[in-house]
Write a protein of this length. Structure first.
Length: 216
């Protein structure tokens, strides 16, 4: 199994156009001595996310950046899945914020949906974040990883930190939302924790497979 993984070294493109994600992905890569450059720094175009799954969309973004740059590329496709909304916004999590990227409005839309669903659903406020990570090399080699974090949706949103839907999401076992946590707390990586956010959990698997990390 381990033989099929490829070691990442040298330069890597972080294939996202989301500043919040970029900061998290840079932070996650920082201990491994790779030279991370962003898709924006290289002026790479934003590909259309036409996949039917998070993993497919992560591949589309990573492969597009690897092909355009000639470098290995690292992409994340992620979303918030709300049980009472049948898994929405799911693949459309970014699109719910509209072209203005108004995440306050997007969170309000989730809350409205919960109010409409209220009569019928027992676990009304349950939700999870999911992150599909893909590392793609220009020769076509791919590595895929996934991480999930379950939690509860709060209203009103709390905390100025993070990005996107963070102020509305309180991970299980914690009394603060991701919006009330520092980046390090949200990642919850060892020795602080055993991986907390969806992105950190997926990244730990990536780091063990491709960056020589050992998390015991
Ligand atoms: O595609 P790229 O360029 O990476 O940037 P994006 O913002 O469009 O990213 P996605 O297509 O993966 O959409 C993910 C959505 O889920 C939200 N999201 C993902 N991870 C999150 C996190 O850790 N905290 C809060 N919101 C998150 C994020 O705000 C986006 O709206
Ligand atoms: Mg996107």
């Amino acid at each position: 199994m381990a033989e099929s993984h490829r070691r990442l070294a040298g330069r890597v493109v972080i294939a996202t156009h989301n500043a919040g994600k970029l900061e998290e992905m840079r932070g996650l890569l920082a201990p491994y001595g790779v030279d991370a450059v962003s898709a924006d720094d290289l002026g790479l175009p934003e590909p259309e996310e036409t996949g039917g799954t998070f993993a497919e969309n992560a591949r589309i973004k990573a492969v597009s950046a690897a092909n355009a740059s000639g470098l290995p590329a690292f992409a994340d496709d992620s979303g918030l899945c709300v049980e009472a909304l049948g898994g929405a916004p799911g693949l459309y999590t970014a699109r719910w914020a509209g072209p203005e990227k108004d995440f306050m409005a997007a969170m309000a839309k989730v809350e409205e949906g919960l109010r409409d669903a209220q009569a019928t659903i027992p676990d009304l406020r349950r939700a999870y974040f999911i992150s599909a990570l893909c590392l793609a090399w220009p020769d076509g080699h791919l590595e895929d990883f996934e991480g999930v974090v379950e939690g509860t949706l709060v209203w009103p949103p709390r905390g100025p930190a993070g990005f996107g839907y963070d102020p509305m999401f309180q991970p299980d076992g914690h009394s603060r939302t991701f919006g009330e946590m520092t980046g390090a707390e949200k990642h919850g990586l060892p020795p602080l924790g055993r991986g907390l956010s969806h992105r950190a959990r997926a990244f730990m698997a990536l780091a063990e497979a491709c960056l020589g990390a050992r998390f015991d």
